[in-house]
Structures are given as structure tokens and as C-alpha cells.
Design a protein around this ligand. Structure first.
Ligand SMILES: [Zn+2]
Length: 122
């Protein structure tokens, strides 16, 4: 069938949305500071530790487990989306985080969580 797998590319809109939300919170709050030009619009990483600009990568801009779970569930192809619910994915994501293992990347965590639920990820 080929369609019963989940590609981590599907996570890109979620990451962009959470980044934009963080950006919105920043600009709504402290307008005296600007976002570091290395990160926006560059998408790179600022290596200057003395840089006083705002850095999205240093802010907790990650979506929460429930955000990720809801998103992943909505992006799951048939028949997976009918076989597990959002809560199951959220619990699996929590489990991956609690086990640790140095997994910080969302893609990695989603892959681990879905694997634990028996869902194949491309
Ligand atoms: Zn910077």
C-alpha cells in the first residue's frame, strides 16, 4: 500500500506554527529587542554568546506534547488514525521524554512514540 507510514516531513507546519507563535509573543511583549538576524529570516544558528538579540532557539518554542499529539494524529494516514487516539500518542510522547536518551528533536521523539504504538514512520 505504501501509504501506511508517517513521514516526519509532516511535522514542518507544526514547527513553523509554534515558531510563529513564539515570535508573536515576543513582538507583542518586548518591542525594544529584535530577533537575531542569524535566525530570522536566515533560519540559522547564532554562535555569538554575547549577542543580546532575541533567539528563538533559546526560547521554549517547542510545541507541547498535547500539541504534537493532536497534530500527529491529524496527520496520520489511514488506518493508523483510527487505531490510536490523541491521548495515546501524547502518553507515548511523554514516555519517550521520560526515558530520555538524549532525544531532544521533535522528529525523533515522534518517531519513537509512534514506533512504540506500532506505527511505522518513514
Ligand atoms: Zn544572535
Amino acid at each position: 500500500m505504501g501509504s501506511s507510514s508517517f513521514s516526519s516531513d509532516n511535522l514542518k507546519p507544526l514547527k513553523q506554527a509554534s515558531l510563529q507563535r513564539a515570535l508573536g509573543q515576543l513582538t507583542a511583549g518586548d518591542t525594544g529587542r529584535r530577533v537575531c538576524q542569524y535566525e530570522v529570516p536566515g533560519g540559522g544558528v547564532c554562535r555569538d554568546r554575547d549577542c543580546t538579540d532575541l533567539h528563538l532557539s533559546r526560547i521554549a518554542s517547542e510545541p507541547s506534547d498535547s500539541d504534537i499529539a493532536a497534530y500527529v494524529h491529524g496527520a496520520l494516514p489511514h488506518p493508523w488514525c483510527g487505531r490510536c487516539d490523541v491521548r495515546a500518542i501524547e502518553i507515548a510522547l511523554e514516555g519517550v521524554r521520560l526515558r530520555g536518551g538524549g532525544i531532544k528533536d521533535i522528529d525523533e521523539r515522534v518517531r519513537e512514540a509512534l514506533y512504540g504504538l506500532g506505527i511505522t514512520v518513514a
